[in-house]
Design a protein around this ligand. Structure first.
Ligand SMILES: NC(=O)c1ccc[n+]([C@@H]2O[C@H](COP(=O)([O-])OP(=O)(O)OC[C@H]3O[C@@H](n4cnc5c(N)ncnc54)[C@H](OP(=O)(O)O)[C@@H]3O)[C@@H](O)[C@H]2O)c1
Length: 290
């Protein structure tokens, strides 16, 4: 389905945000481990994010770990009205090396993680809390969702979202608690999360594609370039901007979260909302991955 790119979307029926969010993960150390090296620049960038009108920031406890949520707090707290911060729990890393990435579903761990995220962010209630991964096997998936449902019932979480799950897991989760958003790997060159587009439209959930600008990361990079580059030239914008514009045109429920450490790129990413793609251009990019 192709829709006109609207200017806002609403999460969970009550949190209205702009169509282009900000993924804060880049504001950490090398390999998303440790502090962002230039703390002042990171704080300034986050303040620009809000000043330029972004109303949705995506973070996670594992970014740093912890340092990303702390930087957001230190840069932006007290938060301006209307700013929605989504964070996630359940992923763990044993060190800077990504080979140590794992997931924990233990109810006490998830409960502690959500409480500590709220404490680091300096908030009573987390607007949107994602289970970061569906791959924890220490307890049944249902138990992990029940834990988030209880946290929502207690008021610590306003809305529940899912990250890196399967559609089957989403369907199971929906029998336990309302799911308002799904975030998955999805862009012009990679469509891991493609199945969620239809599901999110049907059930009016937000679909938040992560890595939205990393369109040349796959083996199909040459084909992607061949299609995206001429469209960018035609509109006199960058290929990254076309990558975002395509996301916005692809579905009215899509909330991309581009990450940047650059003010110039931040402005470009927001300006992508103004691009009006022809239906043929949307179709050509969509067709890149069958
Ligand atoms: N749920 C999950 O498991 C998961 C996994 C990965 C990421 N995420 C989320 O998704 C967000 C975005 O992902 P990401 O940051 O990994 O990848 P991304 O947004 O696809 O790309 C970020 C990269 O693109 C560059 N960039 C940004 N704007 C640009 C522009 N206008 N022109 C050219 N280059 C530009 C950035 O460099 P500069 O800094 O130089 O601009 C950075 O190297 C993360 O921040 C995180 O919140 C979630």
């Amino acid at each position: 389905m192709t829709t006109e790119a609207g200017t806002t979307l609403t999460i969970g029926g009550d949190l209205t945000v702009g169509r282009v969010g900000f993924g804060a993960m880049q504001l950490t150390g090398s390999q998303v481990w440790g502090d962002y090296p230039d703390r002042d620049a990171g704080m300034a960038l986050l303040r620009s994010v809000v000043e330029l009108g972004v109303t949705f920031i995506d973070t996670a406890d594992v970014y740093g770990p912890h340092s990303n949520e702390i930087l957001i707090h230190d840069a932006l707290h007290p938060y301006p009205p209307g700013l929605v911060i989504a964070t996630k729990g359940g992923f763990v890393r044993g060190g800077f090396d990504y080979s140590t990435l794992d997931a924990v579903g233990n109810p006490n761990y998830l409960r502690q993680s959500a409480h500590m995220s709220a404490r680091r962010l300096g908030i009573e209630q987390i607007d949107l809390y994602y289970l970061h991964s569906g791959r924890a096997t220490d307890v049944p998936f249902e138990t992990q969702i029940e834990t988030l449902a209880a946290l929502r019932q207690e008021g610590l979480i306003r809305h529940v979202g899912l990250s890196n799950v399967t559609v089957e897991q989403l369907r199971v989760a929906q029998t336990i608690v309302e799911i308002v958003a799904v975030t998955a790997h999805f862009h012009a060159g990679v469509r891991t999360g493609a199945a969620f587009l239809d599901v999110c439209e049907e059930d009016e959930m937000v679909f938040s594609p992560w890595h939205p600008l990393s369109i040349y990361e796959g083996a199909n990079r040459d084909e992607v370039k061949e299609v995206v580059a001429p469209i960018a030239r035609h509109h006199d914008v960058t290929e990254s901007q076309i990558a975002l514009a395509w996301q916005l045109h692809r579905s009215a429920f899509t909330l991309p979260i581009p990450g940047t450490t650059s003010l110039v790129h931040l402005r470009e990413n927001l300006a992508a909302q103004e691009i009006r793609l022809d239906p043929d251009e949307v179709t050509a990019i969509t067709a890149l991955v069958p």
